[in-house]
Design a protein around this ligand. Structure first.
Ligand code: SF4
Length: 230
């Protein structure tokens, strides 16, 4: 696949994971009461953003009534509210909200993707489903040549990027970057990997991830990119 556009065209018709296909389509048929007037997307969700981005965000998987409804990464749910508020505050998004795929939002120097592209039951893709979906992320990593900082949103996004970029195999087990909120790791080829807890309701409602912690991570990312320009 020669381009992100071609990759995304193929992705949206993918049906390789029977359990996830059944779930995403069931959710799209049954819908949530507050969204009964919506026609849900109900398909794999493509990556979104600036093809020349220096910042790559890797999340977990589409939310059942968020991007599985709207068709755009992190759009239309509580995680997205946290994400786009911070992206806008630190200069990576044109607006602080993300409600629908046609709301005019653009990303600046930033691209968003995920470990799995179909909404999983209980927000938990199975190991085999992550393995099956990984070639899309691998190809995306190859098609985003300017990325300098990778922000992993949660442990699964962290491992997904390490595997898709090849560093999981290249580094001995004891030297692989470990996931911890706020951890910054320099990868040998000049990339920097930054970790954060995922901005899921489960983390933000319980105080595991506070707004201060969240903004602290984005401040660090901004500085890392600005340092490179000097
Ligand atoms: S999770 Fe990935 S591999 Fe599985 S059906 Fe969705 S797009 Fe295809």
């Amino acid at each position: 696949m020669a381009s992100l556009a071609e990759l995304n065209r193929r992705l949206v018709s993918c049906r390789r994971c029977p359990r996830l296909v059944a779930h995403r389509e069931h959710i799209a048929r049954t819908r949530k009461r507050q969204y009964r007037d919506w026609t849900y997307w109900g398909k794999p969700v493509p990556g979104f953003g600036d093809p020349n981005a220096r910042l790559l965000l890797v999340g977990l998987a589409p939310g059942a009534h968020g991007s599985n409804r709207t068709g755009r990464m992190f759009t239309g749910d509580a995680s997205g509210d946290w994400l786009y508020q911070a992206l806008h505050r630190f200069g990576f998004a044109s607006q602080p909200t993300s409600r629908s795929a046609d709301d005019g939002l653009t990303l600046i120097d930033c691209y968003i993707t995920a470990a799995a592209r179909c909404a999983p039951p209980g927000n938990q893709p199975a190991r085999q489903e992550l393995d099956t979906c990984r070639p899309y992320l691998e190809r995306e990593v190859q098609l985003l040549p300017n990325v300098r900082v990778v922000l992993a949103l949660g442990r699964i996004g962290h491992e997904a990027w390490l595997r898709a970029s090849g560093w999981w195999e290249r580094l001995p087990a004891g030297q692989r970057p470990r996931f911890a909120h706020g951890r910054v790791t320099r990868i040998p080829d000049g990339l920097t990997l930054v970790c954060t807890y995922h901005p899921s309701r489960q983390n933000t409602n319980t105080g595991k991830l506070t707004r201060r912690m969240w903004h602290g991570v984005f401040r660090r990312v901004r500085r890392l990119l600005d340092e490179r320009e000097e």
